[in-house]
Design a protein around this ligand. Structure first.
Ligand SMILES: O=C[C@H](O)COP(=O)(O)O
Length: 251
């Protein structure tokens, strides 16, 4: 049984006071984590303070990125080992903004996925798709190849710790994919995991949809059989809206 998952990606937004104020505003209003797992991924520089502030709350705090080496001469990078030492559970890997603006390749994504797992954390692997790729008839679907490449060298027992987010960049910050388009992408990802590993593993992996999710379109998305949750950017920045998203099944 996969627990529904609502994950916020704050991206490069909020100062430390704003982040801590957000935690105060959601305090005591979150669903129990065995009903809906909730997560806020924020800038690494204030993860520690957020972890402390949210310690007694069911919401988890995650990172938006890490480097693939644990330590060394990599000025300005964020060590996965250091992030794990804070007690962080989840790390977003391979977000389309990282792939597009910072030229992260499938190989880098794979290295980061393995670094996150090696340090006892859980990766949320984002796979992208442009409208051009969606409409082309390439033999190997773009989404499929990103999943296969991201999971190279990952053992089946670790694969169950992974979450995959289908985030077509044509739907980020613009108009969301329809629930059926989102379902098609998530279904394809689950089939790919079954092909790479097996059906039991594919049944355990949670698959999220991301791209212009709001309280108004969330229910239709989450009703789809292959969609276990949502990864939310803009709409997650407002505490009241975030509460609506995580308490979607209490409406
Ligand atoms: O990680 C989140 C996605 O980039 C979606 O962002 P958005 O909800 O602002 O479209």
């Amino acid at each position: 049984m996969r627990v529904p998952f609502v994950a916020a990606n704050w991206k490069m937004n909020k100062t430390l006071p704003e982040a801590l104020d957000f935690i105060e505003q959601i305090r005591g209003k979150l669903p129990a984590e065995n009903n809906v797992e909730s997560l806020i991924c924020a800038q690494s520089l204030f993860l520690s303070q957020m972890m402390t502030a949210a310690d007694a709350e069911p919401v988890k705090i995650g990172a938006e990125n890490v480097f693939w080496e644990d330590a060394g001469a990599f000025t300005g990078e964020t060590s996965p080992k250091a992030v794990a030492s804070l007690g962080v559970n989840y790390v977003l890997i391979g977000h389309s903004e990282r792939r597009n603006y910072f030229r992260e390749t499938d190989e880098m994504v794979n290295n980061k996925v393995r670094a996150v797992l090696r340090n006892g954390m859980k990766p949320i692997i984002c796979v992208d798709e442009t409208m051009g790729q969606r409409e082309s008839n390439e033999k190997v679907h773009w989404v499929v190849s990103q999943v296969i490449e991201a999971l190279k060298g990952v053992k089946a027992e670790d694969a169950a710790k992974i979450t995959i987010a289908y985030e077509p960049s044509w739907a980020i910050g613009t108009a969301a994919a329809s629930a059926q388009q989102a379902e098609d992408g998530c279904y394809l990802i689950r089939q790919t995991i079954a092909d790479v590993y097996n059906d039991a593993c594919a049944e355990q992996v949670r698959i999220l949809y991301g791209g212009s999710v709001k309280p108004s379109n969330q229910a239709a998305l989450m009703a789809m059989p292959s969609i276990d949750g949502v990864l939310v950017g803009d709409a997650s920045l407002d505490p009241e809206t975030f509460l609506e998203l995580v308490n979607y099944d209490a409406k």
